[in-house]
Design a protein around this ligand. Structure first.
Ligand code: SAM
Ligand code: SF4
Length: 484
């Protein structure tokens, strides 16, 4: 553990809450926004500096449409300048939907008797992973309800089984998890299984709102236990953490400020901020019946994403298939760096697509909300998503090089190490795209892909051009898993 007591704001109380609602509201209510300040703050972020709580509050309180546009343009510029045009792709795989909790917004809540409960057997898990591999996926996030069935040992078993499953040229090279908070020992167990990111969403940082959505007599009802999950993960040696807020549960301004506060806490205590931040927005779910008062509309959601890009410029930002293809395309410009694709939330329902139909062309059948957690907005196949990215000159990437070479905190390195992206990220994105084009793409998508690779070679450090071209050739000859 790299706990840093000198810098940590609550040195003796690791594990205690660090969100102070009064402090957060004070910033929101007493921080004015002026054009000069907004421009100064955008510039500070473009100069590669993290924003403070006060600076984030200025952006939050900016309502003049022209200034909001400047914030969004600032985020676009930061993304262009620092990260370029790679988009990392992954898929979620739900392992089981038994759940002892009763979160009011979730289709898996225990009081929802309509939900059909299931846990993938080993055989089913392997079949689903093989189907995902046959589609071209390389990075998965395994998702679990909260249940004694899903112990750390069980989670570790499913992670190892996923890594061990190989179909033809397919392999899953990075397994992230989204699972209920564990104790330090539990985190050690899942770390030993080789997880990438441990992701958990606070849902809402507001203690009273939290208590309303998560009844007190449930495990998830303990706000502090959830809030301090990442502290325990860090203590267990997991420094690759993914934060998230479920937008729509409480006032978005409070949530954004709180997550920046959470980030400050992690940086101060452990010298490492969140590896990724996710932006789930409430979607329809089986029997969902919650007040729409705090729902976030599209323009506000775009502003939120832009503010996060500027406020925490070093972190990866994830927007899932909860959102429509159109919204995701827009949000990518403001800084989203990872999306899921080919997503199917129906448990155990990933199929061998191209054995049954034309390669990469089918979609999930109509969603049955009694067999999944919530409704998705983007049900395109992986192939169709990749084609759209290529049409816009993005490089779809399945890169897992840093994780496998022990270079942890790759998003931070991309941001802070000069030349890192030109030297590692872009060539590795190109190599993983090359594999996809050779192994899985339809001919017309492959043609677009090779064109995008040609266009993007100029974004690779010149010293590596020859070696990169040589490796692409080796992939065409049948070698796999080449990276810098
Ligand atoms: N059961 C674990 C937990 O609650 O931490 C694992 C995560 S749960 C399966 C995945 C996430 O889905 C939740 O953290 C929540 O933010 C999100 N979620 C739940 N209901 C949702 C809904 N109706 N719309 C959008 N996202 C939802
Ligand atoms: Fe269970 Fe997680 Fe859904 Fe809550 S959000 S009911 S803990 S699966």
């Amino acid at each position: 553990m790299k706990f840093n007591p000198e810098k940590c704001r609550i040195p003796d109380e690791i594990g205690k809450p660090f969100i102070d609602p009064e402090e957060i509201w004070d910033y929101i209510n007493n921080t004015p926004s002026t054009p000069e300040r907004v421009r100064e703050i955008i510039q500070k972020s473009l100069d590669k500096n993290r924003l403070t709580l006060e600076e984030t509050a200025v952006l939050i309180n900016t309502t003049d449409p022209a200034l909001v546009e400047e914030i969004k343009e600032g985020a676009r510029e930061l993304k262009r300048r620092i990260y370029g045009n790679r988009i990392v792709l992954f898929a979620p795989l739900y392992v089981g939907n038994y759940c002892v909790n009763n979160c009011k917004y979730c289709g898996f809540r225990s009081s929802n008797k309509e939900q059909i409960r299931t846990t993938l057997s080993d055989e089913e898990l392997v079949r689903n992973v093989e189907a995902l591999e046959e589609d071209g996926q390389k990075r998965l996030i395994l998702v679990y309800g909260e249940s004694p069935k899903y112990s750390p040992e069980f989670i570790a078993h499913t992670v190892k089984l996923t890594y061990a499953t190989k179909k033809n040229h397919g392999s899953i090279r990075r397994v992230n998890i989204n699972a209920a908070p564990l104790d330090v020992e539990g985190f050690r167990t899942v770390k030993e299984a080789g997880i990438g990111t441990y992701q958990i969403f606070q849902e809402t940082y507001h203690p009273e709102a939290y208590t309303w959505y998560h009844p007190a007599n449930t495990l998830k009802g303990d706000y502090n236990w959830r809030l301090t999950s990442m502290d325990r993960a860090q203590q267990a040696g997991i420094d690759d953490n993914g934060l998230g807020i479920l937008f729509g549960l409480y006032d978005w301004r409070f949530e954004v400020m709180s997550m920046i506060r959470h980030t400050n806490h992690l940086e101060a205590c452990f010298n490492v901020g969140p590896h990724t931040i996710s932006f789930p927005r409430i979607k329809d779910a089986s029997g969902l019946n919650i007040d729409k008062k705090y729902m976030v509309d599209d323009p506000t959601f775009e502003k939120i994403i832009a503010i996060f890009r500027l406020a925490v410029p070093y972190t990866g930002m994830i927007l899932t298939a909860r959102e429509t293809a159109e919204f995701r395309a827009k949000a990518i410009q403001y800084g989203i760096s990872q999306i899921d694709a080919g997503t199917n939330l129906q448990i155990g329902d990933y199929k061998y697509h191209h054995e049954e139909t034309e390669k990469n062309s089918d979609k999930q059948e109509d969603q049955n909300l009694n067999r999944e957690q919530f409704k998705i907005g983007d049900d395109r196949s992986l192939g169709d998503t990749i084609e759209e990215l290529l049409d816009n000159n993005y490089i779809p990437s399945f890169c897992t090089a840093c994780y496998r070479l022990g270079r942890t905190g790759e998003h931070f390195m991309e941001f802070s190490v000069p030349g890192f992206i030109k030297r590692y990220c872009t060539p590795n994105a190109i190599l993983t795209l090359s594999e996809y084009l050779v192994d899985y793409a339809k001919p017309e998508v492959a043609a677009k892909g090779w064109k995008v690779i040609e266009n993007n070679i100029k974004n690779v450090d010149e010293k590596f051009h020859d070696e990169l071209l040589a490796r692409i050739e080796r992939i065409k000859q049948g070698e796999r898993d080449l990276y810098f």
